[in-house]
Design a protein around this ligand. Structure first.
Ligand code: GLA
Length: 707
């Protein structure tokens, strides 16, 4: 096959990782390639996404199509890189807008391309209107990923209305049947792994809740049904959206053998008024291809997350959160008692949850009034913080900044700051309403009051909660009320970003009734996610495994509580939490001396291995979705140490458990486990036998045997 890159005399080989000619672009990471080019009709067509090939000339040229009948014009049959709503395509477009004169077709042609180092920009222009589109590609060769986003430039003298604006469309190879892997959930059961064969038609996953949502993650992975991928083998195409608001994924399969998956802002109830001479950029989409199964795909994302986290290098502290112990009934003396016990166990960060602020005695009142309640803390929070610090622990605090209770000083002063429609009742959920963070005065209020709180107290950790979703999404005074979906999230990012900038050492946790706001957008502000309010360990194992498809262990807060205490030993409950960022959330007054001693031993054990868990590579060895004997493993980047967790829940027969096949070890290096020394290769292929009875677990620390 002759490629454009071979025949084009203008071929300019810029330095890796982007090779460009006048009409084709090859984007290469260490192991993968993504290729696009212009076909003879000038359409920008996706050409290839898969294993990196030896020569640039190996990649296919852009496809052509004459169409198939009067009902199927060529455009709809081709894997167009960024299809707009135009002509006779009838496929899911990435862009739909209305020009000032009412025209709704957007007909783009190639304008120019620019390569700078790892970045490619492709500029497209409308054939009639002063509208330009820039497709941005950023090659992250070391983590084998591609970052994509799109900018729309309205260069005309009149406003346009953008009604759909996706960040990317992806085209796995034509004429294959794909399985779609995604994560579904609800409060208390987030990130449950789903697999389904894509049939003809369009599958939609989305959030309409103004936040990422518990229900789905803005992520997909595809494998080929005829050559299914496993954790360690096979081809996987995958992507996720870095956005904390309404999002949409469409996975469309046509009778002509095309599969296209789009990801971006949700177009449901959406409109963006783009004024004359203004531009707007979409959220980023991060995409990759793995030829070594789902495990490698996840590790690519885990590597990427380290590049966006505010504090990727900081060892996360063992925390205690007093919510389950004291709920809303907090005061200095009781918190100090809990802090003393926590300190004895080895806790390093003490977090005061809800109930501490002005008039907050139940969930009926007070949200918005972020100053200490005088009846509970007569001298403010500082005496408690000083005592916690004197015990040698850091102090953290719970906040729910986006919310307001009707019974609060803030609501009485600014009832109009709430998201609402004037002629409709304001639906309360957990007795609370949502502040309209799209409004700059609301953002400024929150920045002001929270900045003061952080300035006046030695607070090094904030749990940022959000306990409801939107309703009556009104913002009628705005020139385009449907922009609320977008501007709310931008407002949230502004508030959080400003506070983060002013208080760079604070570690933030993103919580929304557990994992309602876990995404690659929020991880630019929050280092940690409270991934679920569910702390029963057998369910938690599933949630954690789902979460690990995208996000790494050093973002995954996991507390030991008394959920599951009736059927699971404390050690099992600890092991589940030790597989992430260990925390304790139980009422410590209820633990016996024996339990305190076990907890102390396990916190100490965690501290000796947490560098492996928090900074190592993760391998899912046995899925909890497949078997009641599950296992996972972390290996340091230099492959000198590893930690294995194995969990057995209920298996009816007293069977001998199968060997666990380890991964990630250096094949010829010797490793010792429980007195047995074998090569990494032997631990992988012969495996490790563990002897577990029902509802028991084990954690093993493996070290390289020095020659
Ligand atoms: C939410 C959180 C809990 C706790 C309460 C406090 O439910 O998920 O962990 O912080 O709010 O009201």
């Amino acid at each position: 096959m002759v490629t454009a890159l071979e025949t084009d005399p203008l071929a300019l080989y810029f330095f890796m990782p982007i090779h460009a000619t006048a009409t084709a672009w090859v984007l290469e990471t260490n192991q993968t390639a993504y290729v696009l080019g212009l076909n003879a009709k000038g359409m920008l067509v996706h050409c290839y996404w898969g294993v990196k090939l030896p020569r640039v000339s190996d990649y296919p040229v852009p496809a052509e199509s004459e169409g198939w009948s009067s009902f199927n014009a060529g455009g709809g049959l081709l894997p167009e890189e960024f299809p707009t709503y135009a002509g006779a395509k009838y496929i899911e477009p990435c862009l739909k807008l209305t020009f000032a004169d009412g025209v709704r077709d957007t007909v783009l042609e190639f304008d120019s391309a620019k390569v700078e180092g790892n970045e490619l920009q492709i500029h497209l222009r409308d054939t009639f209107y002063a509208l330009r589109i820039t497709l941005h590609y950023h090659v992250l060769e070391n983590v084998d990923l591609l970052e994509r986003f799109v900018t729309v430039h309205n260069q005309s003298d009149t406003a346009i209305t953008v009604e759909r604006f996706f960040s990317a469309q992806f085209h796995p190879p034509l004429h294959s049947n794909y399985r779609l892997h995604h994560l579904a959930g609800a409060w208390l059961k987030e990130t449950q792994v789903q697999h389904e064969t894509l049939g003809i038609g369009t599958k939609v996953l989305e959030s309409r809740r103004i936040t990422t949502g518990h229900q789905h993650q803005p992520w997909f992975a595809l494998d080929n049904l005829e050559q299914p991928a496993t954790e360690t083998t096979g081809h996987v195409w995958f992507a996720a959206l870095a956005w904390s608001g309404n999002w949409k994924l469409t996975a469309e399969k046509t009778i002509f053998g095309g599969t296209r998956v789009s990801l971006g802002l949700n177009d449901w109830d959406f409109a963006l008024r783009l004024e004359a001479k203004r531009s707007f950029s979409s959220p980023k989409c991060i995409a990759g291809f793995s030829s070594a199964g789902f495990g490698a795909a996840s590790r690519a994302f885990h590597g990427y997350v380290q590049t966006i986290l505010p504090h990727p290098e900081i060892t996360r502290k063992v925390l205690y959160n007093s919510w389950e112990a004291t709920a809303f009934h907090v005061n200095e003396a009781d918190q100090v008692k809990l802090a003393e016990i926590a300190k004895g166990i080895g806790v390093e960060l003490f977090v005061l949850d809800d109930g501490w602020f002005h008039n907050r005695h139940s969930d009926n009142a007070a949200l918005g009034d972020w100053w200490a309640d005088k009846s509970k803390f007569p001298n403010g929070l500082n005496p408690l913080i000083e005592k916690v610090n004197a015990l040698g622990m850091d102090f953290g605090l719970w906040l729910e900044p986006e919310m307001v209770s009707v019974d609060s000083e803030l609501y009485h002063a600014h009832p109009d700051w709430v998201i609402h429609f004037p002629t409709r009742a304001r639906t309360e959920m957990r007795n609370q309403l949502m502040l309209n963070l799209a409004k700059s005065e609301v953002q400024d209020y929150l920045i002001g009051i929270l900045d003061k709180l952080l300035e006046q107290h030695n607070i090094t950790f904030i749990k940022w909660d959000m306990n409801r979703n939107v309703s009556e999404p009104g913002w009628l005074e705005h020139h385009e009320p449907k922009e609320i979906w977008l501007r709310y999230v931008e407002g949230l990012y502004r508030v959080w970003g400003t506070l983060r900038q002013r208080h760079p050492d604070v570690i933030w946790q993103s919580c929304s009734g557990g994992g309602g706001r876990a995404d690659l957008g929020i991880l630019q502000f929050a280092d940690q996610i409270w991934i679920s309010d569910m702390t029963e360990p057998t369910m938690r194992l599933r949630i954690q495994e789902g979460y690990s498809q995208i996000y790494p262990a050093n973002t995954m807060e996991a507390w030991v509580t008394d959920m599951g205490a009736k059927h699971l030993p404390l050690e099992f409950r600890f092991h589940v939490s030790m597989a992430g960022l260990l925390g304790i959330g139980t009422n410590l007054h209820h633990w016996s001396e024996t339990e305190i001693a076990t907890a102390t031993r396990l916190v100490q054990a965690y501290k000796t291995v947490r560098h492996v868990i928090q900074f190592g590579n993760q391998y899912r060895l046995r899925s909890v979705f497949i078997s009641n004997f599950s296992s996972l493993m972390y290996v340091t980047k230099d492959q000198s140490e590893a930690v294995i967790f194995a969990f057995r829940t209920h298996i009816p027969d007293p069977v001998k458990l199968p060997a666990i096949h380890l991964q990630g070890l250096e094949p010829t290096t010797q490793y010792e486990i429980n007195g047995t020394i074998r090569s990494g290769s032997a631990w992988q292929h012969v495996g490790l036998e563990v002897n577990l009875t029902d509802f028991s677990s084990v954690m093993l620390h493996i070290k390289r045997v020095e020659p």
